[in-house]
Write a protein that binds this ligand. Structure first.
Ligand SMILES: [Zn+2]
Length: 302
């Protein structure tokens, strides 16, 4: 019952996240153009009505025909299915982005809720702190989905998403440290997580003068480190991000589809590693330790 509610909330937030991604992109294009950078004219004319129609009304619009959308066009998943993924007014395909981000957000929020409920990522006996933490993680989850989608699409982590994410993670970190039995250890653990997830990218960014990693990754690492608050989990998140990246790149590399210049956005990889480490990190570390112990005792018996 509670999960049905969380998934329903997740679909609505997902629909909001999808709309936010397009609006952020439209703003980015307008700013880039004002700064004299080259932007795609086609993309600009397609997306600018999303933010420029703000003064007259704040409604969502079809990206093809600019027809403003009614409430029944905006019901997550259901609207998309009812028109088989096409615009009700111009019948051009809407694409997979909307339903995917809605389902993705619902999945992430349900997983975070499960994580908080079952093995208390950060739960507090104080009901006020406990419910604030739910709200904060909910906000962090939606921001992570937006950052993930934006970086995957346009290889950029916008400050308008990352700065609020750093703020939310900072509050989560502060609450966890204050609630900890020994706050100084919790603070050091959080500092370790930040150094691993952000410090490493900062060093890479500095050494390569921004060619290997973008500064957006440094800022994202700061947010994720604060939210994780454990240097072992941070290390695991970084390891998983690189592992997943390698698994994605390797088959294409073998087929010669990837050159050394191929850009790979780190954001989505780091966010995926972060979510796995957050939800199953301790389980994975325990399983690994147990396996190593088992291995050692077998060796000793021999
Ligand atoms: Zn349309």
């Amino acid at each position: 019952m509670e999960y049905a509610f969380i998934i329903w909330i997740g679909l609505i937030f997902g629909s909001f996240a999808g709309a936010t991604v397009w609006r952020l992109r439209a703003r980015q294009l307008i700013e880039d153009q004002a700064a004299g950078e080259r932007v795609s004219k086609k993309e600009l004319t397609k997306l600018t009505p999303l933010v420029q129609s703000r003064l007259s009304d704040d409604r969502s619009r079809c990206l093809h025909c600019q027809h403003s959308l009614e409430w029944y066009d905006l019901v997550p998943i259901v609207s998309w299915l009812s028109t088989r993924g096409r615009c009700r007014y111009c019948s051009r395909p809407i694409g997979w982005f909307e339903p995917l981000i809605e389902i993705g957000t619902a999945g992430v929020l349900a997983a975070l809720y499960w994580g908080l409920r079952t093995h208390g990522i950060t739960t507090s006996p104080n009901p006020l702190i406990d419910s604030s933490l739910y709200a904060l993680w909910l906000g962090a989850g939606v921001l992570l989905v937006i950052a993930f989608a934006y970086d995957a699409k346009w290889f950029l982590l916008p400050d308008r998403v990352i700065f609020p994410l750093i703020a939310v993670s900072g509050v989560i970190a502060a609450m966890r440290i204050l609630e900890a039995p020994t706050p100084i250890f919790a603070a050091l653990d959080t500092l370790g997580a930040v150094l691993i997830l952000s410090g490493l990218y900062l060093a890479l960014w500095y050494v390569s003068k921004g060619r290997w990693v973008g500064f957006g990754d440094v800022k994202l690492g700061l947010a994720l480190g604060l939210a994780l608050g454990s240097w072992t989990l941070a290390f695991l998140a970084l390891f998983l991000a690189n592992l997943i990246g390698t698994l994605i790149v390797l088959p294409n590399l073998v087929r010669g589809k990837v050159s050394k210049k191929t850009q790979i956005p780190f954001g989505p990889l780091l966010i995926t590693g972060f979510v796995i480490a957050l939800l199953w990190g301790n389980l994975l570390i325990d399983a690994y330790t147990e396996a190593m112990n088992g291995f050692t005792s077998v060796l000793l018996m021999l």
